[in-house]
Write a protein that binds this ligand. Structure first.
Ligand SMILES: Cc1cc2nc3c(=O)[nH]c(=O)nc-3n(C[C@H](O)[C@H](O)[C@H](O)COP(=O)(O)OP(=O)(O)OC[C@H]3O[C@@H](n4cnc5c(N)ncnc54)[C@H](O)[C@@H]3O)c2cc1C
Length: 357
């Protein structure tokens, strides 16, 4: 088989590339390791008519081009959903984004005074050139609030101390957020004024979501790509990519559903496979330094346990962060709040208990 471009993976990246290239009449083939699902970790899994995400997936981008592309792929099935999320800490629920006055009230007078003093200390004597997540967040919120509302959840998700996570990542991840902006948001909730780039992502109070979960977007994207002539092969795991240094063309070796090794030729490759796996399967091989860097990349596993229960109207939030360090679960999703169509039975709820390991 031959294609102009071979794409590894039918997740959002691979399918978006496949669709946009097919629109330009470029000959593409997408090879996906999973035998059933497209969408990668943005897929929607189903069980007896219940739909659930691998983690809840909000559709919100600061880029208008990205938002427009989603509308083009799924013109009639994107819901605008209100966002509601809380933190569970110390047997109490706190709004997230944090509402500083509510947080201080619930923490009690003694802890609140300590939090305010610690924040004032951070403003007066900030860590110059913060190097890690802990220092960066403590500069914005004070050490006490960092310990209460950031430390345990972040460490559950990433499996490492906040001292080992770089400050750059914190700055990018919670860009624009500080105690000042949280207070401002509590008093005057941020409204969208047409300029997406000015929005603080973590504070958005609504987002778009496909009626039956994010997988719907990527299933539609795959269909659109195929309608334009793009090919999609499921159950094909790419094992090796070899470049002929003379002709510059690639041979992609993959294992099909039956476990047989097959090859295709391509002029170019776009890969969305994990970097660690891709780099080790390249010929000619990459340099020793690059190989070591790729091999040292760490990946986290994500387990979500679905609980289908009789609806006792426990909560309406989309999700709840479990900061409490005494339990391993990191977040609880409430799929009906993402979209009513995720749960087929009106008397039932479907919760997703998320574990990072
Ligand atoms: C808990 C959680 C919550 C998230 N929430 C959001 C959110 O709210 N909003 C948001 O926009 N994003 C969210 N994300 C991020 C989002 O899921 C990813 O950014 C997105 O799925 C990345 O897409 P991708 O195509 O690059 O990779 P992936 O989704 O990982 O897809 C890669 C695909 O490649 C396939 N593949 C891998 N190796 C091979 C191989 N060797 N051969 C063939 N196929 C291969 C895989 O099977 C997979 O289908 C969340 C992620 C997680 C984990």
């Amino acid at each position: 088989m031959k294609a102009k471009i071979a794409i590894i993976g039918a997740g959002p990246a691979g399918l978006t590339a496949g669709y946009l290239l097919s629109k330009e009449e470029v000959d593409v083939i997408v090879l996906e390791a999973d035998p059933v699902y497209v969408g990668g970790i943005s897929r929607t899994a189903t069980y007896k008519g219940f739909h659930f995400d691998i983690g809840g997936h909000r559709f919100f981008s600061k880029s208008k081009a990205v938002e427009d592309l989603w509308t083009e792929i799924l013109p009639n099935d994107m819901l605008a959903r209100p966002r509601s999320s809380r933190i569970f800490y110390g047997s109490k629920f706190f709004s997230y984004p944090l509402k500083p006055f509510e947080a201080l009230l619930k923490l009690g007078i003694f802890k609140s005074v300590l939090c305010v003093l610690s924040w004032m200390k951070a403003r007066l004597f900030p860590v110059r050139n913060p190097r890690n997540f802990e220092e960066w967040v403590s500069n914005q919120f004070g050490k006490r609030l960092f310990k209460t509302f950031f430390k345990s959840y972040t460490e559950k998700v990433w499996g490492m101390s906040c001292k080992e996570i770089s400050a750059d990542w914190a700055a990018q991840r919670i860009k624009g957020l500080s105690l000042g902006s949280a207070i401002k948001n509590a008093l005057f909730p941020q409204r969208y004024n047409g300029d997406r780039t000015k929005v603080i992502k973590t504070l958005i109070n609504s987002f778009r979501y496909p009626r039956r979960g994010p997988g719907m977007m990527w299933e539609a994207c795959a269909e659109k790509m195929k309608a334009l002539g793009g090919k999609l092969e499921m159950g094909c795991k790419v094992m090796r990519c070899s470049c002929d240094e003379v002709s510059g063309s690639w041979t992609v070796e993959y294992k099909n559903r039956q476990g047989d090794l097959r090859t295709i030729e391509a002029e170019h490759i776009i890969s969305s496979a994990p970097m660690r796996e891709l780099v080790c399967g390249l010929t000619p091989p990459v340099g020793e330094r690059t190989k070591r860097a790729a091999e040292s990349l760490k990946y986290r596993d994500f387990l979500t346990v679905m609980l289908i229960l009789k609806d006792r109207h426990m909560f309406n939030d989309n999700w709840i962060y479990i900061h409490d360090p005494s339990v391993k679960v990191g977040r609880v999703q409430n799929f009906r709040s993402w979209s009513p169509e995720m749960v087929p039975d009106p008397d039932k709820v479907c919760y997703g208990l998320e574990y990072f390991c």
